[in-house]
Design a protein around this ligand. Structure first.
Ligand code: UDP
Length: 465
């Protein structure tokens, strides 16, 4: 009987864009699907596949999630060799589409046919491959609905770029608060910069009307009205937060990490150091997987942290470590610890952590909201400024640091912001808001919660199709 049941499991390819902020939520979504009887296969580029610690992955997922690779055209060295990001993205599109089609045929031959592809919005060509094979196509958004709605409005010519006129011009989409141009995603307010990324983000909407599902990594309460508006256009469902169960509903007790770090985390070092610090005393600082800070900004952050005398745990990726000024970390790492990569969820969940100084990448914000950690937003580019606006003004879970006329957050400002969220006048209100959001996040993924029901609906659809 068991064999028959297995044979009927729907097989879904889950295909994130290459980047930690894309792999994490889509891998976590795969785990949710697996817990509901779906058979997910995560797709990565070959160079990531080769460098993955496969033992970790097997331990983490057991046989429930397969991982297969496709070619991006740079199978030995990944993104290191193409002459530009634009060249890499082009190669990924051309080689990836071909290789994805070959993989689907191979899986068919192996007796493991695929029913659906859930593809990252940054990889819209995967929809064409899905349609070529008559598969269900589910678009997965890793950014907020407001940000996606703004991009949609730009792509359809409903917001005209460049934004011109006086400062009073607002960026406005249905259901979302009006935004000052500088609160809109950077590709919108600095129109013309990073043209290849601009193509990627607008590219999400060229064929969206053909997607069978649009899955958003938020929970409904975060952006109700925007979701309702988007749901008039497409079959939109909120399925987040895709934070490992252990931190939310405890449904899967051993689900304590996303499970696929592209950089190796210093887990034990962080834990031992945090264990030695008093409750709520540490500012955790991280700018995610991709931001490269300007030298001046880096210096201001470093001295702001040092001068504050507040304990800090700072993730500085190896590629950024040359910017660290001498004297920031004392020999015994008493006040501060710098690591190349952390297990972020473990740090956020640790009782010593008192706030999160972040670039406001969408996953980081969602994790802070779901785990109840107050935020100091130091956004740099892409959607981060919009996320920081929501952190401060809409969700009320932190503050956005002010920049000077060169766009730099000065050391004093950083120190003030950290103090404000940890012990300032508004810190109680921020904590109350955090308790509310944490509860709502948990309720959304709990059995029968809004996101859980939406995933059930998707699973039932696959069972019938
Ligand atoms: N992350 C991590 N360790 C770190 C820094 C980040 O595990 O030291 C994870 C973090 O939990 C999040 C992802 O990497 O899930 C970063 O995604 P985000 O959208 O916040 O930023 P991006 O890297 O895409 O700019």
């Amino acid at each position: 009987m068991e064999v028959t049941k297995q044979a009927h499991k729907a097989h879904v390819l889950v295909f994130p864009f290459i980047g930690q902020g894309h792999v994490n939520p889509m891998l976590q979504f795969s785990k949710r699907l697996a817990s509901k009887g779906i058979k997910p296969t995560l797709i990565t580029a070959q160079y990531i596949f080769k460098s993955m610690q496969t033992t970790t992955i097997q331990t983490q997922f057991g046989p429930s999630i397969q991982i297969r690779s496709i070619s991006d055209g740079y199978d030995d060295d990944g993104g290191n060799h193409p002459e530009s990001i634009a060249a890499y993205l082009d190669s990924l599109r051309v080689n990836g589409a071909k290789s994805l089609a070959q993989l689907i045929m191979k899986l068919n031959e192996e007796g493991d046919p695929v029913q659906a592809i859930i593809y990252d919005g940054f990889l819209p060509w995967a929809l064409d491959v899905a349609k070529q094979f008559g598969l269900v196509a589910g678009l997965f958004f890793t950014q907020s609905c407001t940000v996606n709605s703004i991009y949609y409005h730009v792509q359809r010519g409903l917001i005209q770029l460049p934004l011109t006129g006086p400062d009073s011009i607002k960026v406005s989409v249905p259901g979302a608060p009006e935004l000052h141009p500088l609160e809109a995603p950077s590709f919108v307010h600095t129109y013309g910069s990073y043209p290849f990324w601009f193509d990627v983000i607008l590219g999400q909407f060229f064929n969206i009307d053909q997607a069978d599902w649009v899955l958003c990594n938020i929970f409904y309460d975060m952006e109700k009205e925007v979701v309702d508006w988007m749901a008039k256009l497409w079959k939109v469902r909120t399925i987040g937060p895709t934070v490992p169960s252990y931190y939310l509903d405890k449904r899967l007790e051993d689900d304590t990490d996303y499970g696929l770090h592209l950089l190796k985390p210093d887990t034990t070092l962080c834990k031992n150091w945090l264990d030695s610090k008093p409750k709520g005393s540490v500012a955790y600082v991280s700018f995610g997987s991709a931001v490269e800070l300007f030298e001046e900004q880096f210096q201001e952050l470093a001295w702001g942290l040092k001068n504050s005398q507040i304990n800090f745990l700072w993730v500085v990726r190896e590629s950024e470590q040359a910017k660290l000024p001498v004297g920031i970390i004392d020999e015994n790492s008493r006040q501060g610890l710098v690591v190349g990569w952390a297990s972020q969820l473990e740090v956020l969940a640790h009782e010593a952590t008192g706030c999160f100084v972040t670039h406001c990448g969408f996953n980081s914000v969602l994790e802070a909201l779901s785990l109840g950690v107050s935020v100091v937003g130091v956004p740099q580019w892409t959607d981060q400024g919009t996320n920081a606006k929501f952190v401060e003004d809409i969700w009320g879970v932190g503050v956005k640091a002010k920049v000077d006329d060169k766009g730099i957050v000065q050391r004093k400002q950083l120190e003030e912001c950290i103090r404000e969220v940890m012990e300032g006048e508004n810190s109680e209100e921020i904590k109350n808001n955090l308790s509310k959001w944490k509860k709502l996040a948990k309720e959304a993924v709990d059995e029968g919660g809004s996101s859980d029901k939406n995933i059930d609906e998707f699973v039932a659809y696959l069972a019938e199709s």
